[in-house]
Design a protein around this ligand. Structure first.
Ligand SMILES: Cc1cc2nc3c(=O)[nH]c(=O)nc-3n(C[C@H](O)[C@H](O)[C@H](O)COP(=O)(O)OP(=O)(O)OC[C@H]3O[C@@H](n4cnc5c(N)ncnc54)[C@H](O)[C@@H]3O)c2cc1C
Length: 497
């Protein structure tokens, strides 16, 4: 789709032209659009295209009980404030997030002449050579109607298709006497089957949300959790303390990233994971083996632990009907009978669900006409952060040649998840330090996504000074680490430009 190697010269002079086309109206595309609108001439013609019927990306289609895991002010577009007076630590719900993201189009529309095309699929986004020099060519069509394609030209395109989350499918079982659903159907199914036992399959954020949603609907239900290797969550109580504790306790999140980045040397990923669990997670006493940067409070963990009837550190293979009742078979060979009519909720991996690895997409096309925000050549594991920083840096001509690293997150994640944790922390910290050296403080301070903004300004300023003081040494460590990861796993990690 993002075939940037292609150079063509057949663009018709009749084709509509834009200053900027953004593909993808999730938080990444919206941050990119907002950042770019600061550099474009007032009233510049800009187009935003998305397959969904509204802005907000995955927050349009996620399960209805999903909440932000970070405080809502830190999930935004640019530095746009939320239009309400809820406590800062309030964790916004799905529709609230979607509304907030949608509302970002109003201030953006006051700066540029913004056109939107929803329910449209972009089939091509390439850099081409035209009579006016290199441009990006975008071809899109109404969803499911490839025959009615429209092509436009633009000086710049930002392709922010996110991780393209596909909806999960219910797990397929031999048993005919259990109910198998996806999280999107949990609340309705609980209503339709009062008292039925619930089996949550998957111990990540969706699994934890599903346990909490089930408990909220009916605290007396029998709930089982099949959690595989078990997931570690960053301790929100520790890292985002409330009230006066914001002055006296906790730790800047950038310091946490530094700690992870310096702990990992490119070879010791299992130690790094153990370090996360011991020092930063809600549940240091476990041997949970997965970490995906999810946040959890100590209170949430206590609620979950108190509400669970049983936990399996295993993987579910099948449920089959036996004379004793429906029986679960695990990957380890263990069996366990569940009550008839049990509800199985598929909360297994949201990331890279497809068997096939996405096609490689360079972050930049040869003449910088197309910026690709994608996991194959990623600037940061959070696409929202890429939208903000990579776009500002691109328009300021500071993205290349500064030492920023890109990393093939998807390939590394598929090869070794723990190495991905260490490498993504090293990259995130190193790129942040280089951004701090490159961009003016006034601009850095307008990144609403920065979790350090939770803390009062004096603590943040002190953190910034510490970051600058150790910058040279820290960058050298992160670079060595990422180079080692690239060599060891045969995945791309290297300097941009
Ligand atoms: C269940 C769940 C909970 C999460 N919770 C949090 C959280 O609490 N905090 C947090 O920071 N992160 C969270 N995340 C991570 C999440 O990735 C980010 O929050 C973020 O919303 C992703 O934004 P995005 O713009 O990259 O992708 P998306 O939101 O997926 O947006 C990409 C958009 O691009 C469009 N698109 C893709 N391809 C095309 C095409 N060819 N043509 C047209 N349009 C296209 C899609 O329709 C979509 O609207 C969560 C993820 C999941 C799955």
């Amino acid at each position: 789709m993002l075939d940037q190697g292609q150079i063509r010269t057949d663009a018709s002079s009749e084709t509509e032209t834009y200053e900027l086309v953004v593909v993808g109206a999730g938080i990444a595309g919206l941050n990119a659009l907002s950042a770019a609108s600061e550099y474009l001439p007032k009233g510049a013609r800009v187009l935003l295209v998305d397959q969904k019927d509204a802005p907000g990306g995955m927050w349009n289609t996620a399960y209805d009980y999903v909440r932000l895991h970070q405080p809502h002010p830190m999930f935004t577009v640019g530095d746009m404030e939320w239009n309400w007076r809820k406590p800062r630590n309030y964790l916004a719900a799905r529709d609230e997030v979607q509304n907030h993201l949608s509302s970002s189009l109003t201030p953006i529309g006051a700066k540029v002449a913004l056109e939107t095309e929803f329910m449209q699929t972009v089939a091509r986004c390439v850099e081409i050579e035209t009579g006016q020099g290199p441009m990006a060519e975008i071809a899109f069509h109404p969803n499911g109607e490839p025959g009615t394609s429209k092509t436009v030209l633009t000086k710049r395109a930002i392709h922010a298709s996110g991780l393209n989350y596909a909806l999960a499918q219910p797990l397929a079982f031999s048993s005919k006497s259990v109910v198998s659903i996806i999280p999107q159907d949990l609340r309705m199914t609980l209503n339709m089957h009062p008292g039925a036992a619930v089996v949550v399959v998957g111990g990540g954020k969706t699994g934890m949300d599903s346990v909490l949603a089930t408990l909220a609907a009916d605290p007396t239900r029998r709930i089982s959790l099949i959690q595989g290797r078990g997931t570690n969550f960053l301790n929100r109580t520790k890292y985002l303390p409330t009230g006066m504790k914001r002055w006296t306790s906790g730790e800047l999140v950038s310091r946490l990233f530094r700690d992870l980045a310096l702990n990992f040397d490119g070879d010791n990923e299992d130690n790094t994971l153990a370090h996360v669990r011991k020092n930063h997670s809600t549940d240091a006493g476990t041997d949970n083996g997965v970490f995906l940067y999810g946040l959890q409070s100590e209170e949430e963990l206590a609620k979950i632990m108190a509400g669970l009837t049983e936990t399996f550190a295993d993987y579910l293979v099948d449920v089959a009907d036996t004379p004793e009742g429906p029986q679960m078979t695990m990957r380890s060979g263990a069996n366990s009978v569940v009550p008839e009519g049990s509800i199985f909720v598929n909360c297994t991996g949201s990331f890279f669900r497809d068997e096939a690895v996405q096609d490689p997409m360079p972050i930049l096309s040869p003449n910088n006409c197309v910026l690709g925000i994608n996991p194959r050549d990623g600037f940061h594991f959070l696409t929202s952060v890429v939208g903000f920083f990579a776009t500002h840096l691109l328009y300021r001509d500071q993205l290349c040649g500064r030492g920023f690293y890109t990393l093939d997150h998807e390939a590394l994640f598929r090869k070794n998840r723990n190495a991905w944790v260490g490498a993504s922390a090293a990259q995130a910290y190193m790129n942040q330090v280089i951004a701090v050296q490159t961009l003016p403080f006034m601009l850095l301070d307008r990144c609403g996504l920065d979790l350090d903004r939770w803390y009062p300004l004096p603590r943040r300023m002190a953190g910034l000074m510490r970051m600058k003081a150790s910058a040279t040494r820290d960058i050298a460590h992160c670079r060595r680490t990422l180079d080692r990861v690239a060599g060891r796993f045969g995945v791309h990690a290297g300097p941009l430009g």
